[in-house]
Design a binder for this molecule. Structure first.
Ligand code: DP6
Length: 330
């Protein structure tokens, strides 16, 4: 069977998803809105091979660990069922950035896998269908099928593009503050928050209005409105986790130092705003002409290991030279 290769880029939520309306089907309880990033990229190849005894999954040059492999196999099962296939698959995936450190590697990974596996199985899926397949594996992955600014409504099965990155071409400077993987995965973290945090309900209640503010600011190209609304979404999400039992604290002393540096930059007239996900890294939104200056300032914070400058990225796609099937558009 033919090998298909897909490329997808990570996305960072400006309005955060944290919490499930339906755990079994993996449906989000809150709306989220993200920016797909050009510099954070996953390339995944899939081939269904008739003599394989089980699915083989290689991530960044090593066999996938059991937990990672389980979600991949679950998606492969869904694709096999849809295509009427029984053959096991060989999956090889590589990231251009650190895996599972809160840098959205699952988002780009499952988006690329959804496209590559569907094509390798001979399914002619639309981007919307690929987004739904990716969402079943990891909700944030639904957004990585599309480029630029992307929305995933509460209760939705697939993401939808809002506007192209060129509508409001901001940069995101990622400050890496720790090597290695996070202690609590995002799935476990959000389920614990929902079950034990007294603030979870309040988080879910305020999320639609927060997402509306963020969408409006993007459409208006208004960074002075977008920045504070984005920071508020991240801080409200982290506040809901702090109150979980046991508490979930992804921030490190360096995270807080970088947040402080961003506030100082702003006080000195540089438009820069932060957001943090299920990890200690800080992502800073700024106009492209200030990105160099922001990157240098974040790099100088003690504890920052590296910075990655990102612009708006494209949607997921199949590499034409090795694949014979193309996804349709919705
Ligand atoms: C903090 O999409 O990784 O990055 O659906 O359980 O796989 P699962 O969760 P996941 O959660 C991402 C959480 C976040 C915020 C976001 O990307 O919206």
């Amino acid at each position: 069977m033919n090998e298909c290769v897909a490329v997808a880029h990570a996305n960072i939520a400006l309005a955060k998803y944290w919490g499930k309306a339906d755990e079994a089907r993996n449906i989000p309880a809150v709306p989220s809105l993200s920016l797909t990033l050009d510099a954070l990229r996953t390339r995944t190849s899939v081939a269904f091979v008739s003599d394989l005894v089980e699915d083989e999954v290689v991530l960044d040059g090593r066999p996938a660990r059991e937990k990672e492999g389980r979600r991949v196999v679950r998606m492969l099962e869904a694709v096999r069922t849809a295509a009427g296939l029984t053959a096991k698959a060989r999956v090889v995936s590589a990231n251009s950035f650190p895996t599972a450190a809160g840098l959205a590697s699952s988002a780009s990974g499952f988006a690329a896998l959804a496209l590559a596996a569907s094509a390798a199985a001979g399914l002619d899926v639309s981007l919307r269908e690929a987004s739904s397949l990716a969402r079943a594996a990891s909700v944030s992955a639904a957004r990585s099928l599309y480029g630029g600014y992307v929305e995933l409504p509460a209760g939705a099965e697939f993401a939808e593009p809002l506007v192209a990155g060129s509508h409001f071409p901001l940069n995101m400077v990622v400050a890496l503050t720790r090597a290695g993987e996070k202690a609590v995965g995002s799935t476990e973290g959000m389920l614990r928050t929902a079950r034990t945090s007294p603030y979870y309900e309040a988080w879910v209640r305020q999320a639609p209005a927060s997402c509306d503010r963020i969408r409006r600011a993007i459409l208006d190209r208004n960074l002075e409105a977008l920045g504070p609304a984005m920071e508020a979404s991240a801080l409200a999400m982290h506040a809901s986790m702090f109150a979980a039992d046991p508490p979930i604290v992804y921030m490190s002393p360096t995270t807080v130092a970088v947040m402080e540096r961003v506030r100082e930059l702003r006080a000195s007239g540089v438009p820069a705003y932060y957001t943090m996900d299920a990890g200690p890294h800080v992502k800073v939104l700024t106009p492209p002409e200030r990105a160099e200056e922001v990157a240098a300032a974040l790099k100088a914070v003690p504890g920052t290991l590296n910075v990655i400058k990102c612009g708006p990225g494209p949607g997921a796609s199949l590499e034409p030279e090795v694949s014979s099937t193309k996804p349709g558009t919705t």
